[in-house]
Design a protein around this ligand. Structure first.
Ligand code: 1JT
Length: 262
């Protein structure tokens, strides 16, 4: 019984920092909405002033407690972000990493043509950023914590066109395992969600993306694409005590598409 109380689902008062909201279609936003519904307190970052105008009203609607600029390839931005978190909250319980970047020209044609700077850029923003954020987040998670990163099937198998992002996601997934081993003794769990394709700002305009959605709808065991709310619900599970014994895991939330061989 909880007479007159608010509805909640296990994350009451937990302080959650969410990186990667660009707009309402962002996977990070789908996760943030579910975290809020479960009673978590939210803080957000944005990347670039153009996105601030989109993100600010969303943050307000979710009763977000702060919105801080953060380019994860900048060490000073990352350091400033966590100084802000420490001053606002004095600690941290949850980190959501939903950030990736690659040059458009590296997401079409052959992986073979990838340039050195395109490769390093994708690795820096999409993979190394998790390690850098964990370096700052872990000391704030003095009572333990939980971290979730977003990945995609193209990080474990060849998905034509995903190319340099696939190599970066492989790096991210392996980082999740090494970070889980390093942070486990401190009571900090690190997991990833391998989400089925979602029509986000990042995915829009990527040649061949619409075709990927059609293939999943036709072939996936559940014969449909994943909904944003389903990724949010899975993230809430991994970030809650219900997943207390799960760390270093990559959970596929993709309507079963990953089981297929042909
Ligand atoms: C990025 C982009 C990361 C698109 C992404 C992504 N992770 C998944 N997607 C969707 C996608 C994209 C391609 C694909 C399958 C799914 C774009 C901006 C950089 C970061 O291959 C057919 C290309």
């Amino acid at each position: 019984m909880n007479p007159g109380g608010t509805v909640s689902a296990g994350l009451d008062g937990r302080r959650a920092l969410v990186l990667g909201v660009a707009n309402q279609r962002s996977i990070a936003w789908g996760i943030a909405e579910k975290l809020a519904a479960a009673g978590a307190r939210l803080g957000f970052t944005y990347q670039g002033e153009k996105l601030k105008d989109w993100v600010q009203p969303l943050v307000a609607s979710a009763k977000g407690e702060f919105l801080v600029p953060c380019d994860v390839s900048s060490d000073s931005d990352v350091a400033a972000l966590f100084r802000h978190v420490r001053e606002a909250w004095g600690g941290l319980d949850i980190l959501v990493h939903s950030i990736a970047f690659a040059k458009r020209e590296d997401l079409e044609g052959e992986y073979l043509r990838t340039s050195r700077d395109g490769f390093l850029l994708a690795q820096e923003v999409s993979a190394y950023s998790l390690t850098r954020l964990c370096q700052e987040a872990a000391p704030l998670m003095s009572a333990g914590g939980a971290i979730v990163a977003l990945t995609y099937l193209g990080g474990e198998r060849v998905v034509p066109g995903y190319n340099v992002m696939g190599v970066a996601k492989a790096s991210l997934e392996m980082s999740v395992r090494y970070l889980a081993a390093d942070l486990g003794p401190r009571g900090i769990r690190v997991n990833a969600i391998s989400a089925g394709p979602v029509k986000t700002l990042a995915a829009r305009g990527v040649s061949g993306f619409t075709q990927i959605l059609e293939i999943v709808e036709k072939k996936a065991p559940l014969r449909r694409n994943v909904a944003l709310e389903e990724i949010g619900a899975a993230a809430c599970f991994l970030l809650s005590g219900a997943a207390g014994a799960i760390t270093g895991e990559v959970l596929h939330v993709d309507c079963g598409f990953h089981v297929l061989g042909m």
